[in-house]
Design a protein around this ligand. Sequence first.
Ligand code: ZN
Length: 169
Amino acid sequence: MSNDTQNETQNETRAETIGKDSVVHIDYTLRNDAGEVIDKSAEGKPLPYLHGHGQIVPGLEKALEGKAVGESFSVTIPAAEGYGERSEEAIFEIPRDRLPEGLEPQVGMELAAQSPDGQVLRFRLIEIGEDTVKADANHPLAGQDLHFDITVAKIRPATSEEIAHGHAH
Ligand code: ZN
């Protein structure tokens, strides 16, 4: 086999499997430890993402590396490689008079606050007291192992614009 032929074969292999800067479409189902479905891609609408840019949780990105179109697999991702461990520091109290006027706080309510430097903090209310409410800014899936069923629906190379933006178009 000449060198030229070898190079061609390698390029072809690279295009058909997932690597850095692949735009990948995946059908996925996400279950928690109890086996309940907590998220899934819509029927016939696989989720597109740009591989190698931290668009999906680190453990899933690692598991997808090198996979080919049509491949199906199941993977369990520990919380640390998913949405992270739960942090007690992300739980805090807010005086009720600091809540938006007219808001009737309820457990489970999701709110967002903007800090002076423009950072948006999302949190949900977990306890309603007389003078304060308790809020939790952990990701709802923090501290949970993630069980994914994945099918790779499509792989294509990203455009230079997509690479510059860090996401799939
Ligand atoms: Zn863009």
